[in-house]
Design a protein around this ligand. Structure first.
Ligand SMILES: Cc1cc2nc3c(=O)[nH]c(=O)nc-3n(C[C@H](O)[C@H](O)[C@H](O)COP(=O)(O)O)c2cc1C
Length: 218
């Protein structure tokens, strides 16, 4: 059972808090870092919490949503050299929106830092199904999943989405848990531990642990 604790924007002690078994049952108490508000101001604290969970669970693959590379570079620095950081950017289908897609220079900086970069179709909407929905109405299953995950925050939807994308690109191991990090428009405010799956095996995906998320979503 997870014990939720609310921290302010300068939460203390999270990193040093070890999980502990509850008395009398098979539960395991762990901390969840709740940010009061969503947004990029939470990035540094989130990455410290992510590092603690990576060390505890010996996570080796961390998928990071990053529009211009900043969050992935910070993650690589904070999480240590032994971690496979996969940076997932916005799909080129959004190139008509100025400033949304990663530039060549931003991509180069990530590659030079030892980060794998993935740009591909978004797994939870924005594909062929969404094109039909936009023209003829209705909702593809991906968009229903997306809207459901948005109830946990923007970052929760993106965390699940980028794991599906990284899995389909063969960039993460599929036989062990991975970590996923994402945010609300910019930076990072959400972190989960996931048993990964491909889009075509989506129903096998398990969100195993919530490391951090914002409480208020807007
Ligand atoms: C594939 C993808 C989908 C995203 N979808 C959303 C979204 O639906 N809502 C949202 O607030 N942010 C979304 N983001 C933003 C990320 O969650 C994250 O905050 C951002 O990419 C970090 O970029 P930065 O490193 O340049 O700050 C998305 C990012 C990516 C790469």
């Amino acid at each position: 059972m997870d014990r939720a604790r609310v921290f302010g924007t300068r939460g203390r002690g999270f990193e040093s808090c070890q999980p502990r078994h509850t008395h009398g049952d098979d539960g395991l108490e762990k901390m969840i870092l709740y940010f009061e508000e969503p947004g990029p101001g939470n990035t540094d604290e989130l990455l410290r919490a992510a590092r603690a969970r990576v060390d505890e669970l010996r996570i080796r693959d961390v998928v990071v949503a990053t529009t211009h590379g900043g969050t992935a570079l910070k993650a690589k620095k904070t999480l240590g050299l032994g971690v496979n950081v996969v940076a997932v950017s916005i799909a080129e289908g959004f190139s008509m929106k100025p400033g949304w897609c990663m530039t060549g220079e931003e991509r180069r900086k990530l590659t030079e830092a030892g980060i794998k970069v993935l740009t591909a179709s978004h797994a939870l909407g924005d594909g062929v199904g969404s094109a039909f929905a936009e023209k003829y109405g209705g909702k593809p299953a991906e968009e229903i999943v997306r809207e459901t995950l948005y109830r946990f925050g923007q970052g929760m939807k993106v965390c699940v989405e980028v794991v599906l994308m990284a899995a389909d690109a063969g960039m993460i191991a599929m036989d062990r848990d991975v970590m996923s990090i994402a945010g609300t428009s910019e930076g990072a405010d959400t972190c989960i531990v996931v048993k990964p799956a491909y889009p075509r095996t989506f129903l096998d995906l398990e969100v195993r642990e919530i490391v951090a998320k914002p409480r208020a979503l807007t």
